[in-house]
Design a protein around this ligand. Sequence first.
Ligand code: FAD
Length: 375
Amino acid sequence: MQVVVVGAGIGGLTAAVALSRRGHAVTLIERAPAFEAIGAGLLMAPNAVHALASLGIDLDGVGVPLDTLDLADAGGRVLGSVNLGRLAREFGPSFGITRPALHESILRALPDSVSVHLGHAVDAIASSVKDRVTVHSGDLTWEADLVVGADGLHSRIREIACGPQTLRYAGETCWRGIVPLAVGHRAVEQWGDGTRVGVFPMTADTAYYYLLRCVPQGAPPPAWDELRTHFTAYRGLAGEAIAAIGDVPPLHHDLLELDRPVWGAERVLLLGDAAHAMTPNVGQGAAMAIEDAITLARVLDDGIDGALARHRTLREPRVRSVQLLARRAGLGVKVRGAWATRMRDSMMRAAPSQATERTWRAMIAEGVDLVARVN
Ligand SMILES: Cc1cc2nc3c(=O)[nH]c(=O)nc-3n(C[C@H](O)[C@H](O)[C@H](O)COP(=O)(O)OP(=O)(O)OC[C@H]3O[C@@H](n4cnc5c(N)ncnc54)[C@H](O)[C@@H]3O)c2cc1C
């Protein structure tokens, strides 16, 4: 089958690898003039690590294996914890990894047979002769049996296949970057009053950080001197990371999500953020794109007829539950004011200590199981 994959982000690259491994002729079209990963760092949970390993992509030695993911208050006092070391014994490791390193690892697995076209933004898709589709970028065209839209949050392919969809603002804006800071194998997210800060190891002596702040959508970003005044209450790892930030963080985005997943139409299938952009609260957006890519390639083993329905049936319940989990996980951050923040923190401290880990375990187990079933 001839497949055009639009977008060479984490999802599109993984799809190109998975589809070519299953014997399809793949054309990969990317808007950027070079393969590049925009972003700072990521958590790769065991379901994503497992899915990539099924394609021979090994993150060992590329990312930093994580022992613990702590949720703490602004002062650094732990409110809840996921013992990633314990989960690793069952499902394999979680990694803190830079986006370029992850991108590069997937790219290395891309076979030469994939026809790559960089610097072309797809702007239209048309049905051509019977059962074929034509993909357009300016004056250039590519013919295929199927198109995979992996073109991210502001997907043009989603718009073409499913019409305009509203992206919902999650109420928080996010700054991200990397600082020189050794944090061992511990990742932490700390919650303050209308703000939160995450710190994840990327290498032995660097860490990825994100700063989130509840503000109205599109609020103009302040200068670093002003921005940092909103984060002065942070101690512990978050405080150390903030102290190490020299200037305004390099990346700034409002957090946006799709209300519910959409999967495409006829011979156009969507994956990753194009299909189900979600908030990053459980660190699973890229993981879902990777799982999508692997299941989509498997779905095409049974031909194009009914592929969209099979793709949706396999992915919708899984993705929807993770998307809703991420949405719920963000609710506590919206709490404002010193009294309400203290109440929230004491309720979290009083919650059963294993509750967060049980939720994570179930989320990871389902993905590991799914990948085993489709391989
Ligand atoms: C703050 C933040 C933190 C996150 N942390 C995590 C985490 O810890 N773990 C995790 O698993 N996920 C995380 N995510 C989510 C993750 O970043 C995304 O879900 C993931 O990158 C989606 O991959 P994708 O391939 O679908 O889209 P993208 O990575 O956005 O790739 C889309 C590609 O398509 C290209 N493109 C766009 N339009 C066109 C066009 N018209 N024609 C051709 N090419 C086009 C783009 O240039 C890009 O290369 C986080 C997200 C955010 C915002």
